[in-house]
Design a protein around this ligand. Structure first.
Ligand SMILES: [Zn+2]
Length: 415
């Protein structure tokens, strides 16, 4: 088999395209392949798809293709131009790449696959691309995916805030709980942030929303009440955020008490922070004896912890009336604990109780899309290499957006 035939087969070239020359440079680990069309080819105008005569050829162009063995491989051609009687002179794009791209679609897809498996720096090493090239492919893939995606509002939403970098900067993430995808990422966690998302849809479309899981965060509540009809029945305050509110109160009690004890030379609470913050089942086996022993010491922190752990039972009820009765007992206990942070947390939850109890109607939490949260966490960890917020958002959409990312030949798409 001749090298030109071999490459025509490897590149899946079909009439009218054929390989006319192959240049191998082993020292440079590089292979160049020249492609031309048959001289008697009948061309169609790319606009109207009617037959049009060949006009001339554009400058030679080069595309990076999948490597051959260990050699970077490039294909070259001079794209033909036709002269349509209605549309004038038009270039015929090659079938292996999108207009304007420096890569064949196969190579671009390979980089996308690699980006899905590791971070941008890892991708540059595995594919022999620069950071800007690999990043450019990711950005383009996200644009393409968003262009293709149908604009629709999910029936069951989750609204969550994620800290971006340090210094208390936040992004608001809107997720589709049924598909497990991030639908929208917007700066900050203000009312206006979430309203930007809702306002993309008509009132009829928004009426299709059945339930929204979120934290007890006033700006999100306000935005949802403005845009979603009967929001009072649809908002569900998320279980994990509610428990976290009490967990933070436990931590305040612990800090104050640890200080008091330390002043008396008692270091019982030293190094125990994580034990009180974890839920009971997550205390590591080897620390259980130690934890059991401090809990028997009748400390304020121990009482606060027991109140926090008891609250978790709320979500185990099947009937809302029973859950509500349980909450009343819990609330009495918490508010009579003489632990100020616990009393404050209990009052916050009580104030939001109707939409804590909507859980028993909709049974959603922010964590329903379980795999999604760990993916977002992974993107956040990789985000240390990102130079700005827009990069972070792009990476979230790329990994968690459920987008159709791969290049295809479609005339109407951006490239
Ligand atoms: Zn035409």
């Amino acid at each position: 088999m001749k090298d030109t035939e071999l490459y025509a087969a490897l590149l899946h070239l079909r009439h009218p395209w054929r390989v006319t020359k192959v240049k191998v440079d082993i020292a440079a680990k590089r292979i160049d392949v020249w492609i031309e069309h048959a001289p008697d080819t009948k061309w169609l105008c790319p606009e109207c798809h009617k037959q049009a005569p060949l006009y001339d050829h554009s400058e030679e162009r080069e595309w990076r293709h999948l490597d051959t063995c260990d050699c970077q491989t490039f294909v070259h051609t001079r794209p033909p131009r036709v002269n349509c009687k209605d549309h004038g002179v038009k270039q015929i794009g090659p079938t292996w790449a999108n207009p304007g791209s420096h890569y064949t679609m196969k190579f671009e897809s390979h980089v996308i696959d690699t980006l899905k498996e590791c971070d941008v720096t890892g991708t540059t090493r595995l594919t022999g691309t620069s950071w800007d090239e690999a990043w450019g492919i990711m950005e383009k893939a996200v644009k393409r995916g968003q262009f293709r995606k149908e604009l629709r509002i999910p029936q069951r939403l989750s609204i969550d805030e994620k800290a971006f970098a340090k210094r208390h900067r936040y992004e608001t993430l809107v997720c589709d709980l049924d598909r497990g995808t991030v639908e929208y990422v917007v700066d900050d966690r203000e009312q206006a942030s979430l309203e930007k998302y809702y306002s993309q849809f008509t009132p009829e479309e928004r009426a299709g929303v059945k339930a929204v899981a979120m934290d007890m965060w006033d700006p999100y509540i306000a935005a949802t009440k403005v845009f979603i009809k009967e929001a009072a029945d649809k908002i569900v305050f998320d279980k994990f955020h509610i428990v976290r509110c009490v967990t933070e109160a436990v931590d305040k009690v612990r800090r104050a008490e640890a200080k008091q004890l330390a002043n008396r030379g008692d270091e019982s609470l030293k190094g125990t922070r994580h034990l009180w913050l974890a839920n009971e089942n997550n205390v590591p086996e080897w620390r259980k004896p130690e934890f059991d022993a401090i809990r028997k010491m009748n400390l304020k922190t121990g009482r606060a912890w027991a109140i926090k752990e008891a609250l978790r039972k709320l979500w185990g009820y099947s009937y809302p009336a029973r859950a509500e009765a349980f909450f009343s007992r819990w609330y009495f206990w918490a508010t009579h604990s003489r632990l100020k942070p616990i009393i404050a947390a209990a009052r916050t939850i009580k104030r939001h109780l109707p939409n804590v109890l909507t859980y028993f109607k909709h049974r959603i939490t922010n964590a329903l899309a379980e795999g999604l949260n760990s993916k977002i966490q992974m993107v956040k960890e990789m985000a240390c290499g990102f130079r700005n917020r827009e990069h972070y958002k792009t990476a979230i959409y790329f990994h968690c957006g459920g987008l159709d990312l791969y290049p295809r030949r479609e005339q109407s798409e951006p490239c």
